[in-house]
Ligand binder design. Structure first.
Ligand code: GMT
Length: 389
């Protein structure tokens, strides 16, 4: 039998996708009997109601007038070293390259100076803007390139993101050793709700962190065009930098009570299930976890065909895709699906089936576990790490 591992997971404690994936992975690994420590500067929302199986280490650092901002990533590194010294860590899994791969690689390097224990190995999972926006900005690009190369293994959440990473950071004929491991969803929790009879007014839902890339004001305008003169409703879940602008857009378009802003919520399956359609209108999206969660609840998606979205949504089968620069087409597709309940329900069933087949939790957690074991075997000189093909 494979020995149980001691795994440190590092993530942003946000409602956003990378924090969700890291938290769900931590919970699944703990359920399998591994010892799991999660390092962050707050308790991630997906762990707030979990039992104690995942030990959470909240490290905020010491605020000091000399620092421009409190370096919580250094406090996270210290916290990792403390746990490693006390009980040993096999793997550090950094979610979102910055700053977590920095903390993990620094901790690995510090641990290497202790001959008493083998240092933990580092796996870095790239989630999206850590490559496409933040990591490729000149202020961080050389560091991000180093972090990918210095990790014992790096993964990306979609083929599209792996290609973007290679383009930004692995120029020339040498291939980038990045393994694609798609995101997953807990299909038991995110399931069609028996009690969720479809509401009378056609309802669209959107869940995001309201960052500019999500284009929520654009989405509201498209919804307004698609539903003019109807009673159709739009439910917006989440919060972030464009929320105010989004509220103003809805007001300017006179949408009144047809648009509801719910803020950040934990009861996502209950909010997703009654909807007829999930809307995603991002200008870039490495994967689209919120769309996957909607599909798992049996809700089809109308989305812009950017980044990894076409890997998640099968156009015409589990949702409808359109170019990101075609707002008229986006409205047309929204109208088609929102007002054809039979078609939306058939697509919703296909979406649920496709999620069960391709994005269920256990087979994808198996891929991470197998990667950890390959990385450890290579570190002990037992077998070479198989390069992804
Ligand atoms: O990149 C971000 O905006 C943040 C990041 C997050 O932490 O929420 O989102 C990315 O990671 C998610 C989980 O892997 C993906 O589902 C999202 O598509 C991706 N966001 C973007 O690429 C814009």
């Amino acid at each position: 039998m494979d020995r149980r591992l001691s795994i440190g997971v590092l993530c942003h404690p946000t409602y956003g996708g990378s924090g969700v994936v890291a938290s769900e992975l931590a919970l699944s690994l703990a359920e399998r009997g591994h010892v799991v420590h999660l390092f962050s500067h707050q308790v991630p929302p997906r762990l707030a109601h979990s039992d104690g199986a995942v030990q959470v280490h909240v490290s905020q650092g010491l605020p000091y007038p000399l620092f421009a901002s409190t370096p919580h990533d250094l406090a996270v590194t210290s916290s990792i070293l403390r746990v490693h010294r006390d009980e040993g860590l096999d793997i550090l899994h950094a979610h979102y390259a910055l700053p977590h791969a920095v903390s993990a690689i620094l901790a690995r390097s510090a641990a290497e100076s202790d001959p008493g224990r083998p240092a933990p190995r580092v796996v870095t999972t790239l989630h999206g803007t850590d490559i496409t926006i933040v990591g490729s900005d000149p202020s961080y690009a050389p560091l991000t390139q180093y972090l990918i190369a210095a990790s014992d293994a790096a993964t990306a959440v979609s083929e599209s993101l792996a290609r973007d990473t290679a383009r930004h950071f692995c120029p020339g004929p040498k291939s980038c050793p990045i393994e694609v491991i798609h995101n997953f969803v807990d299909t038991k929790r995110f399931a069609p709700q028996a009690a969720a009879a479809k509401k009378r007014a056609p309802t669209a839902v959107h869940v995001s962190n309201f960052r500019p890339v999500k284009r929520v004001p654009w989405l509201i305008e498209a919804f307004a065009r698609a539903t003019e003169g109807t009673k159709a409703e739009l439910v917006l879940v989440g919060d972030g930098p464009t929320r105010q602008e989004s509220c103003e857009t809805a007001r300017r378009l006179g949408l009144g009570a047809r648009v509801r802003f719910l803020g950040e919520r934990d009861a996502l399956p209950e909010l997703l299930s009654p909807a007829d359609v999930f809307l995603l209108a991002s200008s870039e999206e490495s994967f689209g976890l919120s769309a996957l969660e909607a599909m798992s609840c049996g809700v089809p998606v109308v989305a812009t065909a950017v980044g990894g979205v076409p890997e998640v949504i099968r156009d015409g089968h589990t949702g409808l895709l359109c170019p990101a620069d075609d707002p008229a087409r986006y409205s047309e597709l929204t109208r088609e699906l929102l007002f054809d309940r039979k078609r939306a329900q058939a697509m919703g069933r296909a979406a649920r089936a496709d999620v069960l087949e391709r994005f269920a939790r256990d087979p994808i957690v198996n891929q991470y576990e197998a990667l950890y074991r390959r990385v450890l075997a290579r570190a002990r000189g037992q077998t070479p790490l198989r390069q992804p093909g």
